[in-house]
Design a protein around this ligand. Structure first.
Ligand code: TRP
Length: 327
């Protein structure tokens, strides 16, 4: 059985963009593939320095995956920091990768321009840890947002270099899995939805806050009676991703006719979100109160993951001429 693997950082509650581009497609694939799903809390340390906040966010991410129906019986669901083998592998990878190449990585370049405060070494080597996440299990298919494509390329590059060095196919070259429709989901300002831009829609907030987020979606300044352009419109772009196609057509024709305001469209989008995700929201709100249950689920997942990770790492160690370790 082929393996898929993906991670979401514990930088906050997963937003609609994460859900549509990573969580739902990964869970869809989990019928066909064996899945490794983890919470990238080590990666979030490159951005958040308050460890209590990271811990809090980890529960949010865990509850989101479970609310969407992740089955922990037939997949591995764990916290990245619980499987310490990954950091050892990251070290080996880092020693065979030229730093000049990492300088070109966008996770580094973007932050260099935006984040004025100190850039840590961890942020610089972010893609190496991500490569280790993947190569530790030889995962073949990586469901991610489009912005992660470059990291997958770096992972393939590292895998190739090490295979060549060792003279054996120790690492499988992974492929990104990106769905066309959800490759880049706009936030309320029309730019890609992301935690750092604070332009998200968080379906796991209260009805009231969720409504406020939707009401803030940017539009042009046409008034109620004006005819509106249904293409290139933030509300319809999001509506398309969750509403049935015939409902989208209805909204589009209302735009073209006029007499239908952006406020009406936003209300329809809000109702649609509330309706579509009602079960998941209920489950999330219940799970998030049960921290010890979440801890237990992640503990069991880490135990299973470590078994596989330990054996794989030993195999890699052997191929690098290090001693194999006993547990
Ligand atoms: N960098 C990814 C993101 O921000 C998260 C991540 C970390 C990841 N390790 C991974 C995704 C391994 C896929 C595979 O979205």
């Amino acid at each position: 059985m082929k393996k898929i693997l993906t991670g979401i950082q514990s930088t906050g509650t997963p937003h609609l963009g994460n859900i549509l581009s990573v969580i739902i497609p990964s869970l869809d694939l989990s019928n066909k593939y064996f899945s490794f799903i983890f919470i990238a809390d080590l990666h979030s340390m490159t951005k958040i320095k308050n460890m209590e906040i990271i811990r809090h966010n980890t529960y949010q991410v865990a509850a989101a995956w479970l609310a969407f129906g992740l089955n922990t019986e037939n997949s591995l669901f764990y916290r990245q920091s619980d499987v310490t083998e990954v950091t050892e592998l990251a070290w080996y990878l880092s020693c065979f990768y030229p730093h000049k190449r990492l300088k070109l990585s966008h996770s580094f370049k973007e932050n260099i321009n935006h984040v004025k405060e100190k850039i840590s070494v961890g942020l610089f080597t972010y893609p190496i840890l991500m490569a280790a996440d993947i190569l530790l299990y030889n995962a073949e298919v990586i469901p991610v947002g489009k912005d992660q494509l470059q990291h997958i390329e770096i992972t393939r590059d590292i895998a190739k270099r090490l295979n060549k060095k060792i003279g054996k196919k120790v690492f499988i070259l992974p492929k990104a899995f990106i769905q066309k429709e959800t490759e880049s989901i706009p936030g309320i300002d029309g730019k890609k939805m992301s935690k750092s831009k604070k332009n998200w829609i968080n379906i796991f907030s209260t009805d009231e806050i969720l409504k406020k987020q939707i009401m803030r979606i940017h539009t042009d300044s046409k008034s109620l009676n004006d005819k509106k352009n249904p293409d290139n419109d933030g509300i319809i772009t999001l509506y398309k991703l969750i509403a049935p196609i015939n409902q989208v057509e209805v909204m589009k024709s209302k735009y073209l006719k006029g007499g239908y305001g952006y406020l009406d469209a936003k209300k329809t989008l809000y109702d649609c979100i509330i309706d579509k995700f009602s079960d998941e929201r209920k489950k999330f709100f219940s799970l998030i109160k049960k921290k010890s249950l979440l801890d237990h689920i992640l503990f069991l997942g880490a135990k299973k993951a470590r078994k596989i990770a330990f054996e794989r790492l030993n195999y890699i160690r052997k191929n690098l001429s290090f001693n194999t370790l006993l547990r």
